[in-house]
Design a binder for this molecule. Structure first.
Ligand code: BTN
Length: 254
């Protein structure tokens, strides 16, 4: 991306970068690059994705020239069982970047496990995919879709999605290169904290910005009131049969 290197404040992320005009999915490009030996922190971004992927087999709407579709190759020194809450560290980083990019007051929240909400609507999604040998993580691809400048959404997204620009007074467009520099710096910082200190410090920082706390919601078969996230990164749901810890799934308002 033009002019990124002068704005980069990272040690690893984006020091090696490929910017594509169009691709199927930047996560697929990054995974192929990782298998070819791309350096730690290598970034693939694209102006448009034709087959942008979301979690649970859903697609990620990826129109050209407006938003950020970014995939980061990371080789953290963590084992596979420790991996699931890393998504929360990425979410915290994305939330911090969004706060830094928006000067006016805005409510930025993380909805467990992989959504970032801006004034109650989704502005970013995270898809972390691992290449493993046994319980060793060989490489990770951290995929982030951040709605930066979109003002129009498909009918099915209109009520639930937003962008940074849409939430700005006067709808002023943002500089996507600056947004990418901010995003990479904030996510690198939180992923490095997670690798060094584990999930508890990330969860403590997330606590004041968790979405749906105290509200009725459902995650898979489990329905109850969202109570928080455990120090290990599990979702805590208060149900009629007691508090349940959920380690994976999609949280939806009931
Ligand atoms: C979700 O909220 O379901 C996760 C969405 C992740 C989208 C990003 S865009 C960049 C990267 N490439 C993909 O195909 N998906 C991720």
């Amino acid at each position: 991306m033009l002019g990124l290197s002068s704005q980069l404040r990272t040690l690893r992320y984006g020091r090696s970068i490929v910017s594509l005009v169009q691709t199927g999915s930047t996560n697929d490009e990054a995974r192929a690059a990782a298998l070819r030996g791309a350096p730690d922190g290598h970034v693939v971004c694209a102006e448009q994705q034709l087959r942008g992927r979301g979690s649970s087999g859903r697609s990620w709407s990826s129109p050209p020239g407006l938003d950020l579709f970014v995939s980061i190759v990371d080789r953290p020194a963590i084992a596979l069982p420790q991996l699931p809450p890393l998504t929360l560290a990425v979410g915290l980083g994305v939330a911090r970047a969004v706060e830094a990019l928006l000067t006016a007051a805005a409510q930025v929240q993380v909805k467990w496990p992989n959504d970032v909400l801006l004034n109650g609507k989704k502005c970013a999604g995270i898809l972390v995919e691992a290449s493993t040998s046994g319980t060793t993580v060989d490489s990770l691809v951290i995929g982030i879709g951040l709605n930066v400048n979109r003002l129009e959404f498909e009918p099915e997204l209109r009520d639930i999605a937003t962008s940074l620009r849409a939430e700005r007074p006067g709808h002023a467009a943002l500089d996507r290169t600056q947004a990418l520099a901010e995003l990479l710096a904030a996510v690198e910082l939180q992923v490095d904290r997670f690798a060094a200190l584990g999930p508890a410090t990330i969860v403590a920082d997330l606590a004041p910005r968790l979405a749906l706390i105290g509200q009725r919601a459902r995650c898979g078969e489990v329905e109850g009131v969202v109570a928080g996230v455990s120090p290990a990164g599990a979702l805590l749901m208060r149900t009629e049969s007691g508090t349940r810890e959920l380690h994976a799934g999609r949280l939806l308002p009931a």
